[in-house]
Design a binder for this molecule. Structure first.
Ligand code: ATP
Length: 235
């Protein structure tokens, strides 16, 4: 379980998160939803140690993350797939994946084979440059690169960004089966609330840095005010 308590993060004068409290239960997908600038990316960056909170705590099970270095947090078992994916276009698929094991104790070849089992399309094209991949395939490569270090927790930032609706639907199904197969605790940040709510078990809605709603994905998705004003879902 990831538990965030009373977390505040500022960028200079900009308060990106204000006393945020939320939980992501073990083995489940928790969607973090909200409009532009709600603080979703900042929440993920705080969990993986990329930004320092001004106050509050973050726990993965019983381990306190605030104060740990980003590489320690990654080694502890938190995988982060950033918005925009962070794939290196000039590297091959295999080279991109090898980056994911650099800081871990995982055997690189075993790790690669495991990822090629999970994502056969990457295995078939392992020697090709990442620049040849479609948007959906790049997202898969970014996820595989995070998963190769065998994390227990996976933070996904806008995996649907720039993908066509059909590809998004396939991506969401992939995330859902990975959560089960790899026994992952997932935080899924999405502006595409409709797609995220299809696979999420829990949901948290942020607005201007504060939590304005949380509960099961069903409860959040059924709330007509949330749908209309914060989730961009037509009635
Ligand atoms: P989006 O979906 O547009 O990425 P978000 O919900 O992920 O939005 P954040 O990116 O976390 O929101 O941004 C929260 C607030 O913090 C916004 O007001 C944003 O402008 C501000 N912000 C984010 N990063 C920085 C930064 N590096 N420096 C200054 N302000 C920032």
């Amino acid at each position: 379980m990831i538990h965030v308590e009373d977390l505040s993060v500022s960028y200079g004068a900009v308060k990106a998160l204000r006393n945020v409290t939320m939980s992501a239960p073990t083995g489940r997908i928790t969607a973090v939803l909200g409009t532009n600038g709600a603080g979703k990316t900042t929440l993920l960056r705080a969990i993986s140690g990329l930004v320092k909170p001004s106050s509050g705590t973050i726990h993965c099970n019983t381990t306190a993350l605030v104060g740990m270095a980003t590489d320690e947090i990654a080694r502890f078992g938190v995988g982060h797939v950033p918005e925009g994916r962070g794939v290196i276009a000039e590297f091959t698929i295999e080279e991109n994946l090898r980056l994911g094991v650099l800081a871990s104790k995982i055997d690189a070849n075993e790790g690669l084979e495991r990822q090629f089992e999970l994502f056969p399309v990457l295995g078939e094209r392992r020697k090709q440059y990442a620049s040849t991949l479609s948007g959906g395939e790049r997202q898969m490569l970014a996820m595989a690169r995070a998963l190769i270090a065998r994390p227990s927790f996976l933070l996904l930032d806008e995996p649907s960004l720039g993908l066509a609706p059909q590809v998004t639907a396939e991506m969401m199904r992939t995330i859902s089966s990975l959560c089960t197969m790899e026994d992952l605790t997932v935080i899924l940040v999405e502006q595409n609330a409709k797609s995220a709510l299809r696979i999420a078990h829990e949901a948290v809605v942020l607005h201007l840095g504060s939590v304005i709603a949380s509960g099961t994905a069903e409860t959040v998705g059924d709330d007509s005010d949330l749908r209309r004003y914060y989730l961009g879902l037509v009635q």
